[in-house]
Design a protein around this ligand. Structure first.
Ligand code: ZN
Ligand code: ZN
Ligand code: ZN
Length: 374
């Protein structure tokens, strides 16, 4: 098991906040309003004890010191956060109006990028106090804010990927036949924790016909001999995500099952091989889709090819038709084509990759062939 990486420092968070404020200025915004959640976590290292109706809001503006509006009873928690020293606290007490505390930090006619997950209550409160302000969803105006990872972030993602690989190696040794999907899913969750994850986000075990539903997690179905089983699992380790899919078979597969798996694997391999700086996200999707379509399964590849990963397990950039964003070294995302035959079985193979000057580097190296399990 890998040792814990050096924690991010107040300077690391200061740099991220400065870059975010500059990106806001470049996008023509007066600043950014950041609610508790992945954006605040990434910018400050602060996770409020609970995200409640009490307003906690990071206000970033170009050239200004980062300000955190925070309930007075939680101000002490901020001081313990790694980015706490980089923040000026504006604490407010229950008898005060938090929007009155926030308004002086904002430009009365300014346009702000605001976290997607900000409570409507808070957005309405701010707009009521400053009717001249306008707002845009952060994912619309700065979708790539967290997309390019630095060396320390890449190291964490690589470690999370290696832990997921180790969990996969172990799961191929457990019994599948005669056990419910949720029992295998519980094994997967325990393995992710055993190999260092602090949080398990999903453990898909889609056996037989359940594998044809990409959103099926794991249920009571008892796995049988002859089943194809989609495994897709991940979570957070040292604050960064893992996400891997492999498809296994209980006993020997049929020729058709093997053929579908071969097609998906070839699509996945080719899409990873296409990754390099400068190509558009949609081109990664097209490479995978063209192969699956050529082999006759185009209608059965029913989702995008990939999604970004970082402090969350699903974020921009998305490898999907229509996404013209160009790949940049340091971006990290999944490549996960699949084929889903309703009522029968599904196949998906997924790795996390990062863009380097020379092409893709994969964070998952677990064997991609269809493993035979028992
Ligand atoms: Zn079978
Ligand atoms: Zn996945
Ligand atoms: Zn994924």
């Amino acid at each position: 098991m890998s040792t814990a990486p050096a924690p991010f420092t107040a300077d690391d968070y200061r740099n991220r906040m400065e870059r975010a404020a500059q990106a806001a200025a470049d996008a023509g915004l007066a600043g950014l309003l950041i609610a508790p959640g992945p954006d605040m976590d990434w910018l400050t290292g602060y996770r409020p004890p609970a995200d409640t109706e009490r307003l906690t809001l990071l206000v970033l503006a170009p050239g200004a010191h980062p300000e955190l509006v925070v309930p007075a009873l939680e101000a002490g928690d901020v001081e313990h956060a790694p980015g706490g020293p980089a923040l000026t606290l504006r604490d407010w007490r229950d008898e005060q109006d938090p929007y009155d505390v926030t308004a002086p930090l904002m430009a009365p006619e300014g346009r702000y990028g605001i976290s997607d997950n900000t409570w409507a209550l808070h957005l309405l409160g701010l707009r009521g106090r400053l009717p001249g302000t306008s707002y845009a969803a952060l994912s619309d105006v700065l979708p790539m804010l967290r997309a390019v990872k630095d060396a320390a972030e890449l190291g964490r993602l690589a470690a999370a990927g290696a832990a997921a690989d180790a969990a996969y190696a172990e799961i191929t040794r457990v019994r599948f036949e005669g056990r419910a999907e949720r029992e295998v899913a519980a094994d997967l969750a325990a393995l992710l924790r055993q190999f260092g994850h602090s949080q398990v986000d999903f453990t898909v075990v889609g056996s037989g016909p359940n594998g044809a539903d990409p959103h099926h997690e794991a249920g009571e179905r008892v796995i049988e001999r002859g089943d194809t089983v989609v495994l897709d699992f991940g979570g957070l380790m040292h604050g960064y995500g893992s996400d891997i899919s492999r498809t296994v078979h209980v006993g020997e597969p049929t020729a058709e099952e093997q053929r579908v798996h071969d097609v998906v694997r070839e699509a996945q391999r080719s899409a990873v091989a296409a990754v390099r700086p400068g190509i558009a996200c949609q081109d990664v999707d097209r490479v995978a889709r063209e192969i699956i379509t050529r082999e006759g399964y185009g209608e059965r590849f029913i989702h995008r090819t990939g999604h970004g990963i970082g402090v969350t397990t699903h974020e921009p950039p998305y490898m999907v038709e229509g996404e013209r964003q160009r790949l940049v070294p340091g971006m990290c995302f999944s490549v996960e084509p699949g084929v889903y035959l309703p009522g029968r079985f599904g196949v998906r193979v997924e790795d996390i990759v990062t863009v380097t000057e020379d092409g893709a580097r994969t964070f998952n190296d677990a064997p991609r062939e269809m493993a035979i399990v028992h």
